[in-house]
Design a binder for this molecule. Structure first.
Ligand SMILES: N[C@@H](CCC(=O)N[C@@H](CS)C(=O)NCC(=O)O)C(=O)O
Length: 211
């Protein structure tokens, strides 16, 4: 696959709903990088087998970025790296060195909270009532709680918008919305961090789903 990093004119399309937490990561990056005029957002329905999403990303997951022509990028981390390169900056993900790998690891930890929360939500959505696996839900809850416990003593700087803070804010925003666990009482530093980060980074509020 050859990816053009400097497409002079064509519009890109982001396949994502407003409520997707991983899609929100990308929408925050688009806002922060000032790329709103270059990217149209088209919702996707991951449950609809006729939605073109499944041809664009065989995994049937959003977000998915359609470049002018026929090239497609996923997942959220790859799209964010592409967009920052397109914007000619490295403010969201360091390009190299130890800091790059530290931040990518923390970003993976934050994304893991979202992944586990989504799997808990899907357990409710895909299984008949009464067939929910308590063991599976406990397994996912454990991942979330351990990741939150890892962030709690030293959250990332609230005045820095990067791949870590974007992912963590989207994870916490998703927990607030879907409530798979009540994270706030046990994580006062993270609660304060989210307040401070949303004050610092207006894109977080601007990308909140309206519903
Ligand atoms: N690692 C992927 C995760 C994407 C993901 O799980 N997206 C969810 C919506 S937020 C999805 O499309 N789920 C549908 C499915 O798994 O079938 C990313 O960072 O983009």
């Amino acid at each position: 696959m050859s990816v053009r990093l400097t497409e002079p004119s064509g519009l890109m399309t982001l396949r994502s709903t407003e409520t997707s937490p991983f899609g929100r990561k990308v929408r925050i990056a688009i806002d922060v990088l000032g790329l709103g005029a270059r990217i149209a957002v088209a919702p996707a329905n991951t449950l609809d087998e006729n939605d073109t999403l499944r041809q664009q990303n065989p995994l049937g997951k959003m977000p998915c970025l359609l470049l002018p022509g026929s090239e497609v990028l996923y997942d959220s981390g790859v799209i964010i790296e592409y967009l920052q390169e397109f914007a000619g900056t490295d403010r969201l993900v360091p390009r190299q060195g130890p800091e790059r790998y530290r931040k990518l690891t923390l970003a993976t930890l934050a994304d893991g909270i979202t992944d586990a929360a989504l799997l808990m939500v899907y357990e409710g959505r895909f299984r008949e009532p009464g067939a929910h696996s308590t063991r599976w839900l406990t397994h996912q809850r454990g991942k979330m709680l351990r990741a939150l416990a890892a962030f709690e003593p030293a959250p990332p700087p609230a005045n820095v918008t990067d791949i870590v803070s974007i992912g963590l804010a989207c994870a916490l925003g998703y927990l607030d919305w879907r409530q798979p666990i009540a994270w706030r009482p046990e994580h006062p530093r993270l609660e304060q961090w989210l307040t401070d980060f949303s004050r610092h980074e207006g894109a977080f509020g601007r990308t909140q789903a309206k519903s």
